[in-house]
Design a protein. Structure first.
Length: 144
């Protein structure tokens, strides 16, 4: 993913500044560009409609009680791969059962691995589902 031959853009939806900076650094370290970060659903949806991205990292629970699912719905409709970022450790179910999950707290290696997985999904859409290394998404109840 560090190859500069194909530039990619990752939408970052994260309301914690330090975590957003960690993600931005990882995206850039892996040769990509960052769209955002967006801290609210409305900001993320506006970015999706006005700019191009190849994939996204989505914090599930944002400020003011918002959840990122409307953003996931829009990305899914556009065929853009994404991974959820969460501290919640329960099981996830439909409708995003094949979305990777990056569990908080995460380290550099886990974040880089998640970005590589998203890169693979960008290059091979709909071919790489059900990777055992990641847990599926969409919790019934979150307490992040």
């Amino acid at each position: 993913m560090g190859s500069r031959e194909r530039v990619f853009t990752i939408l970052v939806v994260e309301d914690h500044g330090v975590i957003a900076l960690e993600i931005e650094d990882a995206v850039r370290r892996n040769g990509g560009r960052v769209l955002g970060p967006a801290a609210r659903v409305s900001e993320a949806l506006a970015l999706i409609e006005t700019a191009s991205c190849n994939a996204a990292l989505l914090d599930i629970r944002l400020g003011n009680g918002e959840t990122v699912y409307p953003v996931a719905d829009r990305l899914h409709a556009k065929g853009i791969p994404f991974a959820f970022v969460t501290g919640w450790d329960g099981d996830f179910g439909d409708p995003y059962g094949d979305a990777p999950v990056l569990r908080k707290p995460f380290g550099v290696a886990e974040l880089d691995s998640c970005l590589r997985m998203l890169s693979d999904r960008m290059l091979h859409p709909r071919e790489n589902r059900g990777e055992a290394a990641w847990q599926p998404s969409t919790p019934a109840m979150l307490s992040e």
